[in-house]
Design a protein around this ligand. Structure first.
Ligand code: SAM
Length: 295
């Protein structure tokens, strides 16, 4: 089969599922990734014949797309904050909204030289996208990253190597009592950041099929009855483990901004700021915890 025939097959077989522009963009991404060919190379050499192995790769990718598998999982890579990240079905595909959370943290007020002496903890690190992009941009900070999923941590570790940063990874359930304190006495964090699971089961109908069928539900969903469970635990953890004047940054459910603010106020956080994402949805909160001794 030639490249042109393959392209026409993609257009025909995926026509019912995706707009033409999206199919062409999948096709171009795949030929770039697998054959290192640009759109222009393809236009100059449309009759190039595919080897058996390459053809089988593209036909597998086509089946994946027919099953609504996200292109990032098919290729096994994506980009976040200008950096490359491996992804597979055990980690959430990093979202642009989360890049905005990272961008909110990086220009720290009065930054000690590029994050010098700062301890940062990312809770629910998944692919490691938040922790790694912070470590890359604040090279003097010490960055820790925690997740309950051992399989997610495997990918996050590979991503730390890929991006040449040192991160201390911790396998832990944030809903269980605090282990960090017992293991690393005196360790306090200047910044705790988290993008925890926050989609309620009742919001499932708003979620696209490609997400529902392929992304890890462990990373996405919480029970309708207790949608702020993670924020409650993270706030309690942060109260015990932030330095004086430490900051908490969280990505939030756009429909639960006020509820999340109330929760943080009740827990004693101050200077609480709610921020919209580029789509105009209330998506992230920053809060200070000035007194570590109130519980
Ligand atoms: C919304 S994803 C965020 C992933 C990544 N930080 C990002 O922004 O793309 C939430 C992450 O929390 C992890 N997680 C779920 N339950 C957890 C728990 N009880 N303790 C620690 N991590 C948990 C999931 O494995 C998942 O990686």
């Amino acid at each position: 089969m030639t490249l042109l025939e393959l392209k026409n097959k993609f257009l025909a077989d995926l026509a019912n599922l995706y707009p033409k522009e999206e199919i062409l963009s999948f096709f171009n991404l795949l030929i770039d990734f697998k054959l290192n060919l640009s759109k222009v190379d393809m236009a100059l050499n449309p009759y190039q014949i595919l080897t058996k192995n390459n053809l089988s790769y593209f036909l597998n990718a086509l089946t994946g797309l027919q099953n609504q598998k996200p292109i990032q999982y098919i290729i096994g890579e994506t980009e976040f904050y200008g950096l490359p990240f491996y992804v597979n079905q055990h980690v959430l595909i990093p979202r642009p909204e989360t890049e905005e959370l990272v961008a909110w943290i990086i220009p720290l007020p009065n930054p000690p030289q590029k994050g010098g002496n700062l301890n940062i903890l990312d809770i629910g690190t998944g692919s490691g996208c938040i922790a790694i992009s912070l470590a890359k941009n604040l090279p003097n900070a010490s960055v820790f990253a925690l997740d309950i999923s051992n399989k997610a941590l495997e990918i996050a570790k590979q991503n730390a190597i890929l991006n040449e940063v040192l991160i201390e990874f911790i396998e832990h359930d944030i809903l269980k009592p605090n282990i960090i304190q017992s293991e690393e006495k005196n360790l306090k964090f200047d910044i705790i950041v988290s993008n925890p699971p926050y989609v309620r089961q009742l919001e499932k109908q708003e979620i696209k099929d490609n997400v529902l069928k392929h992304e890890p539900h462990l990373a996405l969903f919480v029970e309708n009855e207790n949608p702020l469970l993670f924020y409650t635990k993270i706030a309690d953890f942060a109260k015990d483990n932030l330095t004086k004047n430490g900051k908490l940054y969280v990505e939030i459910n756009q429909y639960l901004g006020q509820e999340t603010i109330s929760l943080l106020k009740e827990k004693g956080f101050t200077n609480i700021e709610l921020k919209k994402d580029m789509f105009g949805n209330y998506r992230m909160i920053k809060a200070d915890f000035t007194d570590n001794h109130i519980s």
